[in-house]
Design a protein around this ligand. Structure first.
Ligand code: SF4
Length: 173
C-alpha cells in the first residue's frame, strides 16, 4: 500500500446523522487506491483532491467533538487506511482527549490489513469494511452501501479472535 504522508480531506461535517449511530462529526479524507464501480464519492478518489489537513482543521475538529450533542467521530473517504501515521496520531489524540467512539469506513477487508493499518484501528471502535459492490447494493442496509460490507465491533473481534458484528446491526439490516 502506498502510504501518504500529507493527509488531505474533502469535507468535515459537524453534524452527521447518516454515518454511524447518533449525531456524529465526520471527516472525509481524499485519496483511494480502489476504483469501485458506482463509487459514492468519486471526487474523493484522487490523492491530490481536497485540502491539506492542518492544525487548524484539527482544532476545529476538537471544538466540534467537545459538544455534548456529538456522540463520536466518523472517518470516511476516499480510503482512510491509506493515510498512514498522520491518521494514527490524530485518532490517538481523539481517543485520549475525548474518549468518544470512532467509526471508520475502509475498502480493505479486515483480514487484508497490514500491521500499520491495524495500529490505526487500535483507536477505532467500529470498522465498516470491504469495497462497495454495485451488484450487492442495498439501500435498506444500515451504515453501508452493499451487502458484502461488514460493520465490525473491533474490541469484541480482538477479544474473541474472530470477526464479531457490531450488535446494533440486526439480521436483515
Ligand atoms: S473504496 Fe470507497 S471511495 Fe474508494 S472507490 Fe470504493 S467506494 Fe469509492
Amino acid at each position: 500500500m502506498g502510504l501518504k504522508f500529507k493527509m488531505r480531506y474533502g469535507q468535515i461535517r459537524k453534524y452527521d446523522v447518516a454515518n454511524g449511530p447518533g449525531i456524529r462529526t465526520s471527516i472525509f479524507f481524499t485519496g483511494c487506491p480502489f476504483k469501485c464501480k458506482g463509487c459514492f464519492n468519486e471526487k474523493y478518489q484522487s490523492f491530490s483532491s481536497g485540502n491539506l489537513w492542518t492544525k487548524s482543521e484539527e482544532n476545529k475538529l476538537f471544538e466540534y467533538l467537545s459538544s455534548n450533542h456529538i456522540s463520536g467521530l466518523s472517518v470516511l473517504g476516499g480510503e482512510p487506511l491509506a493515510q498512514g501515521d498522520e491518521l494514527l496520531g490524530l485518532l490517538k489524540r481523539v481517543k485520549e482527549k475525548t474518549g468518544k467512539s470512532v467509526w471508520l469506513w475502509s475498502g480493505f477487508e479486515f483480514e487484508q490489513l497490514d500491521s500499520n493499518q491495524l495500529k490505526i484501528l487500535e483507536y477505532v471502535d467500529v470498522l465498516v469494511d470491504g469495497l462497495f459492490v454495485v451488484e450487492k447494493k442495498d439501500l435498506k442496509l444500515k451504515f453501508r452501501g452493499s451487502s458484502n460490507q461488514r460493520v465490525i465491533d473491533l474490541k469484541k473481534t480482538r477479544d474473541c479472535s474472530k470477526i464479531v458484528i457490531w450488535d446494533g446491526i440486526k439480521p436483515g439490516q
